[in-house]
Structures are given as C-alpha cells and as structure tokens.
Design a binder for this molecule. Structure first.
Ligand code: HEC
Ligand code: HEC
Length: 250
C-alpha cells in the first residue's frame, strides 16, 4: 500500500519536473501506455485504424500544432465522437508526444486507385443517400471529410458491413400508423409526443405518437446495404482509396 503510494508520488513529481527528468523515453513510454488504454479503442493500437481518425500521418487536419493537439486531447472535439478527457497536464503532454511519433511512420499503404474509385462513386447509388460537394441525399452522413474522420479499415467496413459501424446518434425507425401505413427512415428528432424522420428518398415525415400503432427503433441497423457482393475486391479497394482522399486533399 505504502509502496504504491510512493510510486504514485514519484510519478507525479517526475511529471512535474521538466521533461528530461522523466526522460524522453520515459515520457514516450507513458504516452504509449495511456494511448493504448484511452485512445486505442477508437484510433487503433497504432493510431491508424478504427472509428477515430487516422493519427499515423505526417499532418493532422485539426491537430495542426502542439497546442491544438493538446487542446483536442483535453477537450475533445465538440459535436463529434472524439471525447474530452480527465487527464493530468503531464499525461496530456505524454500522449501528445506519443501521438507525434505516430506521424513519423510510413503512411498507410492503401491498395486501389482513387481516380477509378471516384468514377465508381459517381456511377453507383451512393449519392442517393450521401452529400458530397453539396450534391446528393441526406439520409446518410455527409462524406466531404470522411477520409480525415475515419480510417481506411473503418471505411472498408462501412461498405462491406454497414451495420457494424453505425455512427453514434444514428437511429433507424420503422413506424406503422393507426390507419396501417408503414414508413422506414432515419430519426431527425423525437420528444415525448412526436417524432420526425426522413425516409430513404429524403422526404421528412412528422407524426404525433398517438397517431402511431407501433414505433420501432433500431440502433444497430443501417439502411445502407452491403456492397461486398456488388463490387469486386478491386473495385472495393478503389472506392476505399477514393474515400480516404476526401477532406485531406492528398
Ligand atoms: C470514442 C472514440 C474516440 C476516443 C476514445 C478517442 N478519439 Fe480521438 N477522435 C475520434 C474521432 C471520431 C475523431 C474525428 C473527429 C472529427 O474530426 O470528426 C477523432 C479525432 C482526433 C484527433 C484529431 C485528428 C486530426 O485530424 O487533427 C486527435 C489528435 C485525436 N482524436 C486524438 C485522440 C487521443 C490522443 C485520444 C486518447 C486520449 C483519443 N483521440 C480518443 C474518436 C475518438
Ligand atoms: C440507402 C442509403 C445509402 C446508400 C445507397 C449508401 N449509403 Fe453510405 N450510409 C448510409 C447511412 C444511413 C449511413 C450511416 C449509418 C451507417 O454507418 O451505416 C452510411 C454510412 C456510410 C459511411 C460511414 C460514414 C461515417 O462517418 O461513419 C460511408 C463511408 C459510406 N456510407 C459510404 C457510402 C458509399 C461509398 C456508398 C456507395 C457505394 C454508400 N455509402 C451508399 C446510407 C447509404
């Protein structure tokens, strides 16, 4: 017990002293440990995979410098799935130091041809549901900066197993009205008395709840169908390569 406490104090003292006291290697080791436990679930253990943005690249879109990076780690990014944290300032700087080393690795090798992917995107039905460059439907999330928000692995999964990666806050509804009509759509708004949703054509529907026979909510269902059987493996690579470029301008 006493030993554990002492160790903690030593760590605290170590983190209050200028960086060389903990040693740069020590700081990076601490940063790596914290990254694995606090960030790895979304950004992947190497920072390059998962629900969160790919951090293993030389330039980050939002974390443009050290101050911005530390602010993001502390406060999160409001309105996105990037959460704020309760870390000590020294832990924040350790994680930031570690995140900066991630960018020094070779950029992720993405098979596929982005130009061919762009053509495929235009020829498939993606635009029925997604907005890109101000054009397209609004049932799905806009894809303008999806390449910076998500990793290649996540984007691939969005195409092959849409139900596996439904973004937070996204709810698909199926309602049956008292007079027997059925509608399916994506929830826009709901309170105790009413519900609003968009159907797949983008049309907005609004009902009082007492007009409905049933209101079914599905948090794990996506109206997007898998493209795994509709695209060849090469075509899938091409579309992923294209999506990765969106927002990054590379
Ligand atoms: C619940 C999932 C989740 C967790 C946990 C998480 N992040 Fe994020 N993070 C995201 C998402 C999603 C984004 C992209 C947000 C956006 O721009 O829409 C993001 C964005 C970022 C960015 C901005 C990247 C850029 O392009 O500038 C940084 C830096 C970052 N996260 C670092 C971290 C660190 C460090 C941790 C751990 C302390 C962490 N994140 C924990 C989901 C997460
Ligand atoms: C019937 C409507 C529909 C069609 C068609 C459709 N999508 Fe989606 N897509 C959605 C919805 C709704 C979501 C959000 C729920 C989810 O993750 O499945 C989504 C999610 C995504 C995501 C994840 C976005 C994020 O931020 O998590 C990507 C990437 C994506 N779609 C790309 C595509 C591409 C590329 C095509 C065409 C090959 C396509 N979609 C066709 C409705 C659609």
């Amino acid at each position: 017990m006493k030993h554990a406490l002492t160790a903690r104090w030593l760590l605290l003292i170590g983190s209050l002293l200028p960086v060389p006291a903990l040693g740069q290697d020590g700081q990076l080791a601490e940063g790596r440990q914290l990254f694995l436990s606090q960030c790895g679930s979304c950004h992947g253990p190497f920072g390059n995979g998962g629900k969160g943005a790919n951090l293993a690249q030389p330039r980050l879109r939002r974390a443009t410098d050290d101050e911005a990076l530390q602010n993001i780690i502390r406060r999160g990014i409001p309105g996105t799935e990037m959460p704020s944290s309760f870390l000590a300032p020294s832990q924040v700087s350790s994680i930031a130091a570690y995140v900066r080393t991630l960018g020094r690795v070779e950029p992720e090798e993405i098979p596929g041809d982005a130009a061919r992917g762009a053509e495929l995107y235009a020829s498939l039905d993606c635009q029925v549901c997604h907005t890109l460059d101000g054009r397209g439907g609004i049932v799905g999330p806009p894809l303008d900066d999806v390449g910076t928000r998500r990793s290649a692995a996540y984007l691939r999964e969005s195409l092959t197993q849409p139900d596996a990666s439904v973004p937070r806050g996204f709810v698909q509804l199926t309602v049956v009205t008292q007079d027997g009509r059925e509608f399916t759509g994506v929830r826009v708004n709901e309170d105790g008395f009413s519900v609003q949703f968009r159907d797949l054509s983008g049309a907005l529907h609004s009902f009082w709840k007492d007009e409905l026979q049933t209101l079914e909510k599905n948090f794990q269902r996506s109206p997007m169908e898998s493209y795994e059987s509709r695209l060849s493996p090469e075509q899938l690579d091409d579309v992923v390569a294209y999506l990765v470029t969106l927002g990054g301008g590379e």
